[in-house]
Design a binder for this molecule. Structure first.
Ligand SMILES: C[S@@+](CC[C@H](N)C(=O)[O-])C[C@H]1O[C@@H](n2cnc3c(N)ncnc32)[C@H](O)[C@@H]1O
Length: 535
């Protein structure tokens, strides 16, 4: 090819690149991310072709390298806005290989790592950009990221969370930024079924166990009319789409989901190491296990959580808001009718804490369905969940089910007998059967409604009050057996309740309900809100 011809081709390529660059910048400014990715991709291909041409002078080459770096950083930005974090990171890495201190590439990499909750790696990126940021007038923005990153990195290392200000502020403003955190827990084979989550040291009620961000969530306001079943179906479909999108965009998510149970042959499933759930750990190889649509749907059936189910609190939500989601570590928590943990939902995060004191080596469980009900009712509910409950309490109550008197009390309550007499009869029979300790709490929890009605009704207390244990003693034994529950402490702050729980006991119950992430004053305000809602 002649020199002239060569010159013409180069000029044509330069023109095309210039047009693509302008178009891509415009799309980026207009926040049309998908289209921006497309045009930047054309630009990047062309730029790479040009670099491969050997005829360029050094000056020209270095100009092309600069353009390529910038285009890769901008494409990374657009990809990160589309939550295509993996691809965005690849772009940043490529740009940084060419220019290790490229401001835009470092900044974008930091932001992507922050979105992926890899705080310390993100912190490194922001630190590296700070001197450039000062020079380019971006100091405030970068410093903002740096401070946020430091805070989240500290939280994820120490578990030092505090939701109090937000609560005391009436949940105004955006919900607080949370970090992912894994406390003293590990995954092990469970006696209940398959694998479960276990504590590795003694912990007290309210202790934070873990905080994790949802793989996907879907929320909506249900109308509460006949159509709400349809609305839920639409939400479920949207939720499935979001999970599929997460899987397609993130190999790590895909790999983690393959560790979840689909409900079959649970006892043969592998036990994953807790470290694979730490966001900072970068897996060198991801599972290649087949994950077809059928498998994903069964995994979602078994592991998805409804936000405001029993054992859960949703803080700062609008009334009527219905939410479903999938969270990694929570998917390893088995159900128990004497649970020792509860969850709080804040934005896309799930916060799981102990609802009573737990000993090292004990399995962490929460209630999938109402555990303040008799064995037969619980059996029905567990069937609708697709399993026969295998927890300690069910095993104990199964052994007790031969006692005719117990059945008679439950049937009597269904038929509307006097709640006080049911309580009295259970208490007397427990003495005869020599039921002690936690097991007393199990049986009391089974007819908690009758206890609650008795302690809450002046007439019943006049008649039965002196013949049954005090409310404090019963509350303590039920909480020891099944953990904190809103309904157990309902009377605590209510004025018309015959026995008013003392403040210390109420606050302890509150710790089990909301965890230590809520400090005293905020806890008090939450408890008051809870009691008001229920009365
Ligand atoms: C979210 S997973 C819990 C973790 C699961 N065990 C695993 O190995 O991945 C829910 C499944 O665990 C099993 N499961 C949970 N609680 C149970 C219980 N109390 N009794 C029997 N099976 C239970 C059921 O198969 C249920 O579908």
């Amino acid at each position: 090819m002649g020199e002239d011809q060569q010159q013409q081709l180069e000029t044509a390529a330069e023109d095309l690149m210039q047009r693509l660059r302008l178009k891509a910048t415009e799309l980026l400014l207009r926040e049309e991310w998908k289209e921006a990715v497309q045009v930047y991709s054309q630009f990047i291909d062309l730029c790479k072709e040009q670099i491969m041409e050997t005829t360029h002078e050094q000056v020209q080459l270095s100009k092309l390298h600069k353009s390529l770096c910038l285009a890769l950083s901008n494409r990374a930005e657009a990809r990160s806005r589309l939550r295509d974090f993996n691809e965005a990171l690849i772009d940043c890495e490529e740009a940084l290989k060419m220019e290790s201190t490229h401001f835009k590439a470092l900044l974008c990499k930091g932001k992507v790592l922050l979105s992926l909750n890899r705080y310390s790696m993100a912190l490194e990126c922001f630190k590296a950009t700070i001197s450039d940021a000062q020079a380019s007038g971006n100091f405030e923005a970068v410093n903002g990221f740096l401070e946020k990153c430091k805070k989240l990195e500290y939280q994820s290392r120490t578990g030092a969370f505090d939701l109090s200000d937000w609560i005391l502020n009436g949940f105004r403003g955006k919900c607080p930024e949370l970090a992912e955190y894994i406390g003293a827990v590990q995954i092990r084979k469970s006696e209940i079924s398959g694998r479960g989550l276990f504590v590795t040291k003694n912990i007290e009620a309210g202790t934070l166990l873990f905080v994790t961000k949802a793989i996907a969530t879907e929320r909506g306001i249900l109308s509460g009319e006949d159509s709400s079943e349809n609305e839920q179906l639409v939400m479920w479909k949207n939720f499935i789409d979001k999970v599929m999108e997460s899987i397609s965009k993130c190999q790590r998510t895909r790999s983690l989901i393959t560790t979840f149970s689909s409900g079959e042959n649970e006892n043969e499933l592998e036990v994953p190491d807790i470290s694979v759930f730490r966001p900072e750990i970068q897996e060198s190889s991801y599972s290649n296990e087949k994950l077809d649509m059928g498998k994903i749907l069964t995994i979602l059936d078994v592991n998805s959580l409804v936000e405001d189910a029993v054992s859960a609190n949703v803080l700062g939500k609008n009334k009527g808001l219905y939410g479903v989601g999938l969270w990694t570590l929570a998917s390893f928590i088995n159900h128990s009718c004497s649970p020792n943990a509860r969850r709080i939902h804040v934005g896309d995060y799930i916060i799981v804490h102990a609802s009573r004191d737990v000993k090292a080596g004990e399995e962490i469980t929460f209630a999938y369905f109402d555990m303040l009900s008799p064995l037969e009712k619980r059996k029905e509910m567990s069937k609708t969940w697709g399993f026969n409950c295998n927890c300690k309490r069910c095993k104990f109550e199964e052994r007790m089910s031969s006692k005719q008197e117990l059945r008679e009390i439950e049937i009597g309550l269904e038929r509307g007998i006097d709640a006080g007499s049911a309580v009295y009869r259970l208490e007397e029979n427990m003495k005869r059967w020599i039921v002690r300790g936690k097991e007393k709490g199990y049986l009391r929890a089974s007819i908690w409604g009758a206890y609650s009605e008795t302690y809450g009704t002046e007439r019943l207390m006049k008649r039965w009050g002196r013949r049954i244990p005090t409310m404090e003693a019963v509350v303590d034994s039920v909480v020891e057996a099944v953990g904190s529950d809103e309904r157990i402490m309902k009377g605590g702050l209510k004025r018309n309740f015959c026995g008013v729980l003392d403040l210390e006991r109420t606050m302890n119950l509150g710790r089990g309900l909301y965890g230590k992430v809520v400090k005293k004053q905020a806890l008090k305000s939450l408890l008051e809100m809870g009691i008001c809602e229920q009365s």
